[in-house]
Design a protein around this ligand. Structure first.
Ligand SMILES: Cc1cc2nc3c(=O)[nH]c(=O)nc-3n(C[C@H](O)[C@H](O)[C@H](O)COP(=O)(O)OP(=O)(O)OC[C@H]3O[C@@H](n4cnc5c(N)ncnc54)[C@H](O)[C@@H]3O)c2cc1C
Ligand code: FES
Ligand code: FES
Length: 487
């Protein structure tokens, strides 16, 4: 059995006897007695368990990133640096702690350590310039006693101050160490290969193993359903899966995180950026990946509709080689993909989007931040010089057992002029394209109406801008008096 080695609050530690399905949260509290990190929901929704890890930022430099320790399995921290709230107070309190105290941002105090850790990340980020970005940074942290206003004031005080302190001095100068890890015991396997060759070897040895990357979906089986997946192979350490290549066809590695995708897509694929803006919360975006989102094959996953609309192709790899499948055919049935045993989703290819193509993505959920879609859509239309539709790709989530295109509606558009009349006919046809379910997120009738209205809204929204972006909206609860006065 391999010894796990990682840096905890500035010291390298080794562990040889941990079950690989132990979460970082349980380890910190039960084994290390670091009870500042709290357990609220154990499912990524409340942020009480937030800690920081050192990850590579968009510019390739190591940076602190807040994550939910309740969803991180211990082998996932191999070679990494973990910072918990206990490390923040040295001779003096950390600026994030001081700001929280000064603003009276802590009442019950249970959610406070997690909030402080999200602010700890914000302290060292120089890209949180707009007020809405602070909301975004904090939306993964619940405070149940309505203390958001002082919490937001505290965040405003410290975000982007980038103090030259012992935490910046402690940042490693290069990428975190190798994640290579191998635990094999009767009934329990966890392997983190660091290359595709090692991955194929691991799969030959354990053909029945399941994959994991960020664990933001899979770890819920452990924390909520109390199941212990016996064999896991992590793809997180495989470097080949982490790259984004920009070109006439963009290639997005399957292990690219949602945060990385968000940063890149802002300039290269506005419809994707629009969709991931309201994807989960900051802590989940730092861990969740493109591959994890697509391979769960959830009918309400946020990436499938927009990527299908953009004409994406799934690149599947195994030891035998590579094959390509149009993304819409990758989803075979409810939560089932076209992947064969010992095969991975390696990358997604997306054609570059011409500036004149009309394209946007929509997510409709009960709450704007940190909620799952009831209905989502990726809509793309190309028109010629005479305003006649030459291509229509209308993909929806939440309308069927898989993410799916509205083919009847598309056919009614192609060859017609792009007008209110043709859009109205297509919107009505969406009803015949799908037979949605009724559940707690919305009735069948509601879903059909929303889907049709999204197409109508798309027509309106793309009248002036082909690829509309989202307005920098605040979370309504945290407007300051100054912001209310100036709108
Ligand atoms: C609080 C919370 C909020 C969330 N909000 C959203 C949201 O707003 N929108 C949304 O769409 N999702 C949301 N999710 C779901 C989840 O975070 C995303 O789907 C995320 O992208 C999953 O990525 P991961 O790397 O963590 O997946 P993992 O949990 O590591 O893996 C998920 C599954 O995919 C398989 N898999 C992963 N990568 C590959 C690959 N390359 N090849 C083959 N199989 C693979 C794994 O075997 C596993 O079965 C949320 C989850 C939580 C806990
Ligand atoms: S305990 Fe609630 S997010 Fe982890
Ligand atoms: S301070 Fe704990 S719920 Fe708000």
């Amino acid at each position: 059995m391999h010894t796990l080695r990682f840096n905890l609050n500035g010291r390298w530690v080794e562990e040889s006897n941990l079950a690989p399905t132990t979460t970082l949260l349980r380890y910190l509290r039960d084994t290390r007695g670091l009870t500042g990190t709290k357990e609220g929901c154990a499912e990524g929704d409340c942020g009480a368990c937030s800690v920081a890890i050192v990850e590579l930022g968009a510019d390739g430099k190591p940076e602190y990133r807040a994550i939910n320790s309740c969803l991180v399995l211990m082998p996932m921290v191999q070679g990494k640096h973990v910072v918990t709230v206990e490390a923040l107070k040295g001779d003096e309190y950390h600026p994030a702690q001081v700001a929280m105290a000064k603003a009276l941002g802590s009442q019950c105090g249970y959610c406070t350590p997690g909030i402080v850790m999200s602010m700890f990340e914000a302290t060292y980020r120089d890209d949180l310039k707009q007020p809405w970005q602070l909301d975004d940074q904090l939306c993964g942290n619940l405070c149940r006693c309505t203390g958001y206003r002082p919490i937001r004031d505290a965040a405003t005080e410290v975000a982007g101050t980038c103090p030259n302190d012992r935490f910046t001095a402690a940042l490693p100068t290069s990428a975190p160490a190798s994640m290579s890890f191998r635990h094999e015991a009767p009934g329990s396997v966890f392997i983190t290969p660091t290359s595709l060759t090692e991955l194929w070897d691991a799969l030959d040895a354990h053909p029945d193993a399941r994959f994991v990357v960020g664990g933001t979906d899979l770890s819920l089986e452990i924390t909520k359903r109390f199941q212990l997946p016996p064999k896991l192979v992590s793809l997180e350490g495989v470097k080949e899966l982490h790259a984004i290549t920009t070109g006439s066809t963009h290639v997005l590695g399957s292990a690219v995180t949602i945060s990385e995708l968000e940063a890149w897509s802002a300039t290269h694929l506005p419809p994707v950026h629009r969709m991931v803006r309201y994807f989960a919360a900051r802590q989940i975006k730092h861990r969740g990946t493109i591959g994890g989102n697509l391979c769960t094959a959830s009918p309400i996953g946020d990436l499938p509709p927009v990527l299908i609309a953009l004409g994406a192709t799934a690149v599947l790899r195994s030891r035998q080689g590579e094959r390509r499948v149009p993304l819409e055919l990758f989803f075979v049935s409810y939560r089932k993909t076209a992947l064969q045993p010992k095969e991975i989703l390696a990358a997604i290819e997306v054609p570059a989007l011409p500036k004149t193509t009309k394209a946007a993505a929509y997510k409709v959920s009960k709450r704007r931040e940190l909620d799952i879609s009831a209905v989502s859509a990726g809509l793309l239309v190309e028109v010629d010089a005479k305003n006649v539709v030459t291509t229509a790709r209308l993909a929806f989530g939440g309308m069927a057992a898989t993410p799916k295109r509205a083919t009847a509606a598309e056919q009614l558009l192609v060859g017609q002029s792009w007008s209110e009349v043709s859009v109205e006919a297509a919107a009505k046809a969406i009803g015949s394209d799908f037979t949605p379910m009724s559940d707690h997120r919305g009735s069948a009738g509601y879903r059909s109406l929303v889907a049709a209205n999204l197409l109508r809204g798309f027509f309106e929204e793309t009248r002036s801008t082909a690829q509309p972006t989202l307005a920098p909206l605040h979370a309504a609860t945290v407007l300051t008096d100054e912001e209310v006065r100036h709108g």
